[in-house]
Ligand binder design. Structure first.
Ligand code: PRP
Length: 210
């Protein structure tokens, strides 16, 4: 089985849980494909935003991915398990002291990585929104005058505070999901279910160990 894992923080946390299940992934410096010692699992390490593409095209049958990134991809997956880390808020933020929204007459101008989510949520409220796509450091947009508002993930809030921004509205919660390519799951559901059970047991044992 091949699992796609996102680079960075989520990789560390996922590989710890996989290690507890007996899957010890060894990755050399700059190596992006890891075979586990027992050769039952192969992991590919990919950029977070590319992960749904690899799973959608069946290069990896499974993946670990934020629900925000899944939504932006527009692809459909089976979501098999919510991982016990990485849940965070997705918020509309703007400069401290600015009104919470620009009022009916003005179109909301928002910079964000989450363009699909942002359009969908404001359109569902009947609000016109001008969405400007950025790929990172979104909090610079209000500081530099690109857009008065941003939609971004907020965990501790310290990035917003450091740029004199504040949450205007929490739009939703995100979570980290174990996803499966639907066709892969249909053909390999027994092996996948065993894998999910092992992960769940390892996560439960950690909970009980406090
Ligand atoms: C995320 C998010 C915010 C920051 C929020 O950025 O986009 O910038 O974390 O965290 P905080 O509320 O704890 O300060 P990330 O580090 O993933 O990098 P990015 O700027 O490239 O999106």
């Amino acid at each position: 089985m091949t699992i796609a894992l996102p680079k960075g923080r989520l990789f560390e946390k996922t590989s710890t849980i996989l290690g507890r299940c007996g899957y010890n992934l060894t990755l050399g410096d700059r190596q992006l494909v890891a075979e586990e010692e027992g050769n039952k699992l192969r992991a590919i390490l990919v950029k977070n935003s590319d992960l749904p593409t690899y799973v959608h095209h069946g290069i990896a049958g499974l993946g670990v991915c934020g629900s925000d990134v899944i939504y932006e991809s527009g692809y459909s997956f089976y979501e098999l398990l919510t991982m016990p880390f990485g849940s965070t808020s997705i918020c509309l933020a703007g400069r401290r002291g600015e009104p919470d929204s620009p009022g009916d007459a003005t179109m909301l101008r928002v910079a964000t990585k989450f363009t699909r989510f942002t359009r969908d949520i404001f359109h569902s409220r009947g609000m016109a929104v001008n969405v400007i796509r950025l790929d990172g450091s979104v909090e610079l947009a209000p500081v530099l005058g690109l857009a008065p508002y941003i939609v971004d993930l907020v965990e501790t809030g310290s990035t917003l505070t450091a740029h004199d921004l504040e949450v205007k509205e929490t739009l939703g919660r995100t979570s980290v999901q174990l996803i499966a390519n639907p066709a892969f799951y249909k053909y390999h559901f027994e092996a996948v279910n065993r894998f999910v059970d092992r992960l769940r047991e390892a996560m439960d044992a950690t909970d009980h160990a406090g």
